[in-house]
Design a binder for this molecule. Structure first.
Ligand code: ZN
Length: 478
């Protein structure tokens, strides 16, 4: 029997506002444990939560960026569950009246066909504390860090619109790009500011009923989400084939063994309306004001890049998938660098060099101004491409202008026809065999001769002029 998968995603995103959701403690979970706490986020009895305006705005922008409808009336509930990371016994979450409903993202399936993945709703909630399990001597101990308790989260719940790991991966990449654009979160799965749970079920291909789903957690990269989904589809298909029933439960992805393993269930209770946080009433004007603050979103920006700079759809999509990359590209073109050159050098040289150094484009020492100065020297034939690559690497070591590095390293390109002519004469004399090959119609020998001239110049010759002069010289003697 052939099976198809039905997949839905739940994505938790940590908002990057300065304080926690219901108190003024700093929103910095990575600080020294239990530093950022107060009676409200330690959940002392009687402490009254106060909703952060900044968190509400960041959450609303995120929703509007995804095309979701902000609900004029939304409210918090107490989601009851009992676990040491939540000593008050309930989490404040929006179970009944979420912040937004609807929206979605256009993705492409394996065959390149456009498909819309719909969002069911987006709600706000507080994060729980972090448990740290250690061994002290021979005794296992568990510690609790409340820095993360009360950190503002949004949860995006999709419709079960995905049928392959590829579609889920496409969605997550696009979602991450959109949320970064509106500036609500860095969405790093490695650092835990974006966490993904996947709900997966299988059914005979073409069937319409929904079978029991299994939830998979604990993936810390988008690639792991794809791997976990692929594994789970295989595992469930085999069980159904063998006549076993799939039971509703949660599994953890083990990235080392590349399998999903069953996880012990937490006690989960009811969701009851919370009486301490007032209902949130949002006026039409407030929602319109938020909408007016939305920046140009990735799809719109990509379309503009195609029209304005003559890039291909793929190049434009690559550049606009990250706001920093798109901004850097536009800064280069504003400096007068040709769009195609800017795109090429950014994608193939600068971004890989930054990644290798584990830096970020927005605070790397290679600013758009310095990079443009380097590319300008290249386009004006003052240096060749090899030298430009060398200088780029040295731009990371300090703040010298590229021209100073070029001079200090003697990279300035030799374009003087007289000097190059002399080198060419020498090489042609020395390489009689290659010249004979050319005479016999072996075109490869031309590349060889150019290489020899470049070598003789210590890599500094202008290859365009070498090719031109060598061509003339050979024409004369062949
Ligand atoms: Zn607090």
């Amino acid at each position: 029997m052939e099976f198809e998968a039905v997949i839905g995603l739940e994505i938790h995103i940590e908002l990057n506002c300065p304080t926690k959701l219901f108190c003024d403690c700093p929103n910095r979970p990575g600080d020294e444990p239990n530093r950022n706490t107060c009676p409200t986020c330690l959940w002392f009895p009687g402490a009254i939560p106060r909703l952060s305006q900044a968190a509400l705005e960041k959450a609303a922008l995120l929703c509007l960026g995804l095309g979701a409808e902000i609900q004029p009336r939304n409210a918090f509930d107490q989601k009851v569950y009992y676990y040491p990371d939540l000593p008050k016994g309930y989490q404040l979450s929006q179970a009944h009246l979420p912040l937004a409903r609807g929206g979605g993202i256009e993705i492409t399936d394996e065959n390149g066909k456009l498909k819309r993945a719909r969002i069911h709703h987006v709600h706000m909630e507080e994060d729980v504390a972090r448990l740290v399990h250690e061994i002290e001597g021979r005794t296992p101990i568990s510690l609790v860090d409340f820095n993360r308790a009360g950190v503002p989260l949004v949860e995006i719940v999709t419709e079960p619109d995905f049928s392959t790991p590829h579609e889920a991966i496409e969605f997550l990449k696009a979602l991450r790009a959109q949320v970064r654009y509106v500036g609500s979160s860095e969405c790093s799965m490695e650092n835990g500011t974006m966490r993904v749970d996947a709900n997966i079920s299988v059914r005979p291909r073409g069937a319409s009923e929904m079978n029991t789903k299994v939830e998979v957690k604990n993936m810390n990269s988008i690639r792991h989400v794809g791997d976990a989904i692929a594994h789970e589809i295989g595992r469930q298909s085999a069980s159904v084939q063998a006549g076993e029933a799939v039971t509703l439960h949660t599994r953890l992805w083990d990235p080392d063994k590349k399998v999903t393993l069953p996880m012990r269930a937490k006690f989960e209770g009811p969701c009851i309306p919370d009486p301490t946080v007032p209902t949130i009433e949002l006026s039409r004007e407030w929602i319109d004001d938020m909408r007016s603050r939305l920046p140009e979103m990735p799809a719109t920006r990509a379309a503009r890049f195609v029209a304005q700079y003559g890039l291909s759809g793929e190049e434009a999509a690559f550049l606009s998938s990250d706001p920093d990359t798109a901004g850097f590209f536009e800064a280069l073109t504003a400096e007068g660098i040709a769009p195609r050159m800017a795109m090429h050098w950014l994608a193939t040289q600068l971004l890989p060099a930054i990644k290798e150094r584990r830096q970020e484009l927005h605070n790397a020492p290679v600013t758009p101004g310095r990079f443009a100065a380097l590319l300008r020297m290249l386009s004006q034939d003052q240096i060749n491409a090899n030298a430009a690559r060398e200088v780029l690497l040295r731009l990371f070591d300090g703040d010298q202008p590229p021209a100073a590095i070029v001079d200090a390293c003697g990279f300035r390109q030799v374009s003087d026809p007289e000097a190059l002519g002399a080198l060419i004469d020498k090489v042609v004399d020395a390489e009689a065999a290659a010249v004979a090959d050319l005479r016999n119609g072996q075109g490869k020998a031309m590349g060889f001769l150019i290489g020899r001239v470049m070598q003789a110049s210590g890599g500094k010759a202008n290859p365009k002029i070498v090719r031109e002069l060598l061509g003339k010289k050979l024409e004369a003697i062949l």
